[in-house]
Structures are given as C-alpha cells and as structure tokens.
Design a protein around this ligand. Structure first.
Ligand SMILES: [Ca+2]
Ligand SMILES: [Ca+2]
Length: 223
C-alpha cells in the first residue's frame, strides 16, 4: 500500500477524490464561462442585453352605472378599481345618454362632466367636458402606464430588467374613480307649462380599465 492508499483506504477512494477535485475546479469555470457568453448572446440572466419578444397578457375590468337625472341635477358615479397582480395600462371613462323625449332636432339634452381622481393612487390629472345626449356624450382616456397600448413588439439591445422597468404602472391607478355629471334638459316650452315633453334623462357612466401582465421571451438571434 502506498501512503495515499493508507490515508484513503483504497485505490477507488483515491480515484473518487481526484475526480471530485477535478469537477470542483472545472464546473465553476464552465458555468462562469457560460454565464459570460449568454450575456453576450442575449439569453439567460435578467441584466443581460439582448433581443426579446415582448407580449402583454391583457384583460379588462369594466363597470357601468345608470342614473335618471333631472334638469340641473348632479349624479356622482363611482368606480372602485383593484387590478390585483396585474398592471393598469389606462382607464377609459365614457358618459352616454340618448335623448329622444321630443320629436325632431334642436332640443337635445346635454351633460357637463367633471372628474375627481383624488381617491386614485398617483392622483391623475382631472378631466372635464361637455356633450350632447345622442349616444356617447363625453369620453376620457387616462393613461396610467406611460405609452402603453398593449401592442407586442421585439426589443433589441436592452435587458429584461429594462423592459420590466418600462412597463410598470408604479402602483398608480387603483382606488376610487369619481365621475360627476350634471344634466341640462333642453325642451321646447309650451306656454306657461315648462318641461311638458321632457324633464329628465338616463345617464350612464362606463369604465374600462385595460390591465396587463408582461410576458418576455428571449429571441434566438441569427449568428
Ligand atoms: Ca330634450
Ligand atoms: Ca330627456
């Protein structure tokens, strides 16, 4: 028996030891080499620059409410938005009404709309507008994730982290979206009796929150 055989018991134990030592040296070097090269080739780690297919898994969270408003009456409409784990792209608000209470044109009711987004995370700028009650009277689109429209694309020369940082609502957009509508009834007056043909209108406020989550896939580049 050699000295080593005395130490480790057998030739087989020495072989196992040698193989183990070789693997301990070779494997870290191998993985280090692969990591370096996958950075260069655009695969693997999230900090690596490369080519990526960017898709958005999309959904809509919708709500609507209808109130019958009298002349000069204000209706407050609320939408409580919670997108859960998904990001909020934008929120569309549509105020619609359809006045057909009197025959012919010229006496169509109208609405004045104003929002209060103080209960919304990130406090988007408030909107206001007016419109006639022959369908969609007023609509607003409030962008939450800048520039997001849900289109897929291929990104090149950026890292996965860069893409995730770009498509992020920053926690904004959740909370209470308040839209207030004041109705203005228009109708011909017949002598001393006002509002004989028309004294009100059904006004609907609809919300659509376009929400998404990211799907980023590495694209194999032509070599
Ligand atoms: Ca009318
Ligand atoms: Ca009416």
């Amino acid at each position: 028996m050699s000295g080593l055989e005395k130490l480790f018991g057998s030739q087989r134990a020495i072989t196992i030891l040698v193989v183990s030592v070789v693997f301990a040296i070779v494997f870290p070097a191998y993985f280090s080499f692969m990591a370096t090269n996958s950075d260069a080739l655009g695969g693997g780690s999230s900090g690596a620059k490369g080519m990526w297919q960017v898709d958005f898994i999309q959904d809509n969270i919708t709500s609507d409410e209808t109130m019958n408003l009298g002349d000069g009456e204000q209706g407050d409409y609320f939408f409580e938005l919670d997108a859960g784990d998904m990001m909020i792209g934008f929120v569309e608000i549509t105020v619609s009404c359809n006045d057909n209470d009197e025959p012919g044109p010229g006496a169509t009711d109208s609405v004045d709309v104003a929002t209060d987004f103080s209960g919304v995370e990130g406090t988007p700028d408030d909107e206001s507008g007016s419109g006639s009650c022959n369908g969609d009277a007023v609509s607003f689109t409030i962008q939450i994730t800048p520039d997001w429209d849900g289109s897929s694309y291929i990104a090149d020369g950026v890292s996965k982290n860069d893409i995730e940082a770009q498509w992020n609502d920053g926690g904004n957009g959740s909370g209470e979206w308040l839209t207030s509508v004041i109705l203005d009834v228009n109708t011909p007056t017949l002598g001393p009796i006002p509002n004989v043909l028309d004294d009100s209108e059904d006004v609907t406020v609809s919300w659509r929150a376009a929400v998404y989550s990211l799907e980023i896939t590495a694209v194999a580049e032509d070599i």
